[in-house]
Design a protein around this ligand. Structure first.
Ligand SMILES: Cc1cc2nc3c(=O)[nH]c(=O)nc-3n(C[C@H](O)[C@H](O)[C@H](O)COP(=O)(O)O)c2cc1C
Length: 174
């Protein structure tokens, strides 16, 4: 049944239906008051080319959403096909996601995970409340990509996507 008690679409149905949209998997991270925070996020979308912008939707009240609001900056680490364990780790609530991980600081001290497919740093341009999430709009200050296969999330499962043309890497900084 996809209808809730008030006649609206129920959350489970919405989740299941949206699970049919394959997405990449990222770790969105920020450093606030000297502490790193990060979460698995698949709601990253590019928004604008002039200026260069992207958005991510973060559940309000999460540690990462708070750190992004406070520090006004965040990084997006796009996971490679062999980083499913990282996705699980950063989706666990209430644990220190960074413990024992080999993380380095990128621009603005933003956490950078080793071995990712792509790395993007943003300055927070705006935060808009939308239901139980914050839509965080970021102006991209740095982005780079390495070659490799992608980790994709589809109907609750992790898949590997390969592309012959994806071998090369690139870096851009604003
Ligand atoms: C594949 C996947 C994608 C996710 N995408 C998002 C997302 O885009 N936004 C979000 O708020 N939570 C998302 N989550 C859930 C968060 O990763 C999870 O709530 C996390 O524990 C929050 O961490 P924090 O409370 O330490 O910030 C996703 C989880 C998975 C497994």
């Amino acid at each position: 049944m996809s209808v809730d008690a008030q006649g609206g679409v129920c959350q489970d149905a919405f989740r299941r239906v949206m699970g049919h949209l394959p997405t990449g998997v990222t770790i969105v991270a920020a450093t606030s008051a000297g502490e790193r925070h990060g979460m698995t996020a698949n709601t990253v979308t590019s928004v604008s080319l002039d200026p260069v912008m992207l958005l991510v939707c973060l559940v309000r009240g999460s540690r990462t959403a708070r750190a992004v609001r406070e520090s006004r900056a965040f990084s997006v680490n796009v996971l490679r096909h062999d980083q499913e364990a990282i996705s699980h780790r950063f989706a666990c609530r209430g644990v220190d996601h960074f413990e024992g991980l080999d993380v380095v600081d990128g621009p603005r001290d933003l956490p950078r995970l080793p071995g990712c497919l792509a790395f993007v740093c943003c300055r927070v341009e705006d935060v808009m409340a939308a239901g139980d999430h914050d839509i965080v709009l970021g102006e991209v200050e740095h982005c780079e990509a390495a070659g490799g296969d992608a980790l994709v999330f589809f109907q609750g499962a992790y898949l590997r996507v390969s592309c012959d043309a994806a071998a090369g890497g690139s870096t851009w900084s604003g």
